[in-house]
Design a protein around this ligand. Structure first.
Ligand code: MSP
Length: 629
């Protein structure tokens, strides 16, 4: 049955609530949110599904280690995930938890139907299991005895299991991938999947008896359903399968399953085979995006190299984080996260290019035509460029090329900046050239339109831009607002204020030092690691303010037999005079760093007080240079 037109069903993976999520998970969810927002703007009836994958051996073990029942264990993590999506302004239509009754009913029914079809049989499984990946592996597929996906140790599983006749579907799967070149994207992932399928397909173990935390197999309570079989069915539950046939007819099949590249195999092989067995239509596209790396490694909790999106939001705001995630890395490729690339991206695109365009244009409208939107008189080249940009954004988003869409919008911003340089409105003004109002109008209109084009990606910025232009979109905003010429002449502009402050690397580093102590993602360390930190009591012998830096003080401290220069970000709480003679705690073996051109040979310890940093000190005077253990 063909799906109704004008609907768009998009999903993210449902995440394991085994730990707090990091920016890798935020990456997928923000991308899905941008696509959902875009399709809503286009007037489609969008269903955006995300959620949590709560069963399985990994969660059962983590809960046991924490001394909690699995459900008690996941509860606060799931609440934290919902909070995080709130902070990132994710507009999901449904947050599905696999522990919900509606989902348990679907999994049981899916199992029953596939069994009735003759595609499930009982046998003995003997092979390897990777608990972090929740994945079965035959001996021959292991790499140096470890999981071929994540490289971690596997465990022997030897138990009675139900099997799904996956092998029966190999030929149909190959045919489907061949006939639908868009089914698995990007093309490199499709090629991988085809070669995987051509190398043969074994039946899949779909139940476990060696632990309890899962959905019971209908008719055999000794077994719980394999967590991936359970999880994949979430896409049916979320579309209304069983519970809401009207919705299901409307939204199924999914238009896009967005997933990370490591789980394409589950979505390109197991999931379509399950749907074939159920006689249900297959999703239109599975897009396997790349990984956010930290250095050369995949960011992952177990490696302890994760970046917490919350701290980035607190420090920089939600739009800078969304922009970085969507713009920085070509969607599909891997990309390394660095704080440096983050700041460079925000400064270049948002503070400089976009901020300057707005600032310069508003300034000129105030200076040259009294601060009101002038009337347009003739088409300008920017109108043509704006139209071309809109078309580029549409094509890019249809192809899920999010970074290409973002880049196209920034190109328009830059074209407008170049246009200012070329047309030099200040000269037109001097020469009383009658083209001036039209030029200014086209700049203002370009800015308004850039705001509309940015609306799928950024959540606060568009409205902040329009406010300065004195424009209010008709509610709800639609993609029709990308039509040229909607800014009415005569409206009054605000005097303008920067929408994105430039991020100053040194200041940001200073702030980060203060935040690090409260960062919940800091991993546990052994005493030997702590012993590597050389902490000393030092006495401040001289102090002065660092010129033009609000937070920095330049100190000389004595360690008894040695004096050091330290730059410290404590000027909010202390004056130079406060500090002379004070004893402080110094990290003495920190690599030297430069702040505002001054070298700092160590760092003072301070608590992150709500009114600024508060220095640590000993409770009684001690000799300068004493070691702290
Ligand atoms: N529960 C399964 C998915 C079941 S879907 C039916 C799972 N969960 S997960 O918590 O491990 O999340 C994996 C997904 O999170 C990846 O596929 C990807 O979407 C996202 N990412 C997690 N780490 C990531 C990076 N370092 N980089 C990019 N995306 C990452 O697998």
């Amino acid at each position: 049955m063909p799906k109704e037109k004008g609907t768009f069903f998009i999903t993210t993976p449902i995440y394991y609530p085994s730990d707090n999520l990091h920016i890798g998970h935020a990456y997928t969810t923000v991308a899905a949110d941008a696509l959902a927002r875009y399709h809503r703007l286009r007037g489609e009836d969008v269903r955006f599904l995300t959620g949590t994958d709560e069963h399985g051996q990994k969660i059962e073990r983590r809960a046991r280690d924490a001394g909690l029942t699995p459900i008690r264990f996941v509860e606060p993590i799931v609440a934290g995930i919902k909070d995080l999506w709130g902070l990132l302004r994710i507009q999901e239509d449904d947050f599905l938890r696999t522990t919900q009754d509606r989902h348990r009913a679907v999994v049981a029914e899916v199992f029953r139907r596939i069994q009735a079809k003759g595609d499930i049989y009982l046998a003995n499984y003997e092979g390897w299991y990777c608990t972090p990946c929740e994945s079965f592996w035959p001996e021959g597929k292991l790499v140096a005895g470890n999981c071929p996906d994540c490289g971690r140790p596997v465990e022997l599983a030897r138990e009675e299991s139900y099997f799904f006749r996956l092998s029966n579907y190999r030929d149909r799967l190959v045919a489907h991938l061949e006939e639908h070149p868009d089914f698995i994207q990007p093309p490199s992932r499709r090629a991988e999947m085809l070669s995987f399928l051509r190398s043969g397909l074994e039946d899949l173990c779909i139940s476990r008896t060696s632990f309890r935390w899962g959905i019971p197999v209908p008719g055999n309570q000794a077994h719980v359903v394999y967590v991936w079989f359970d999880a994949l069915a979430n896409y049916l539950t979320g579309a209304g399968f069983l519970s809401d046939p009207m919705a299901f007819a409307r939204y199924w099949p999914a238009d896009v399953h967005l997933v990370g590249k490591e789980i394409v195999r589950f979505h390109a092989v197991i999931w379509p085979a399950m749907l074939m067995s159920l006689d249900l239509p297959l999703p239109r596209r599975v897009f396997g995006h790349g990984w956010l790396l930290f250095g050369a490694d995949k960011m992952s909790k177990s490696k302890g190299n994760v970046i917490d999106p919350r701290s980035l939001i607190t420090r920089y705001g939600v739009d800078p984080l969304r922009w970085y995630l969507l713009r920085e890395i070509p969607f599909g490729a891997d990309g390394s996260y660095t704080e440096d690339s983050f700041r460079r991206r925000i400064n270049a695109d948002l503070a400089n290019d976009l901020g300057n365009l707005l600032h310069r244009t508003l300034g000129m409208v105030h200076r040259f035509v009294g601060g009101a939107v002038p009337a347009p008189s003739a088409p300008e080249p920017l109108a043509f460029l704006a139209e071309k940009t809109r078309a580029k954004v549409e094509v890019a988003l249809d192809n899920l090329e999010l970074s290409v869409a973002c880049a196209a919008i920034l190109d328009l911003v830059n074209d407008a900046n170049l246009y200012i340089d070329r047309v030099a409105p200040w000269n037109l003004h001097k020469q009383k050239d009658p083209r001036l109002p039209n030029v200014l109008y086209s700049l203002l209109e370009t800015i308004r339109l850039v705001g509309v084009l940015l609306s799928p990606f950024l959540v606060d910025t568009p409205a902040r831009i329009w406010e300065q232009l004195g424009w209010t979109p008709t509610e709800p905003l639609t993609w029709a607002a990308t039509t040229w010429g909607l800014l009415p002449p005569g409206g009054h502009l605000s005097t303008g204020h920067p929408i994105f402050p430039r991020l100053d690397d040194e200041l940001e580093e200073e702030k980060k030092v203060g935040e690090a102590a409260s960062d919940p993602t800091i991993p546990q360390i052994a005493i030997e690691e702590f012993a590597k930190v050389d902490l000393r009591v030092a006495t401040v012998v001289a102090a002065e303010k660092v010129p033009k830096a609000d937070r920095l003080l330049l100190l000389r401290v004595s360690l008894g037999n040695e004096e050091r220069q330290i730059v410290s970000g404590i000027a909010q709480t202390y004056t130079a005079e406060d500090l002379i003679g004070k004893q402080v705690v110094l990290v003495a073996n920190l690599k030297p760093a430069k702040f505002r051109g001054y070298e700092s040979h160590g760092m003072l310890l301070a608590a992150g007080g709500s009114n600024g940093p508060v220095l640590l000190a000993t409770s009684a005077p001690v000799e300068a240079g004493s070691r702290i253990k």
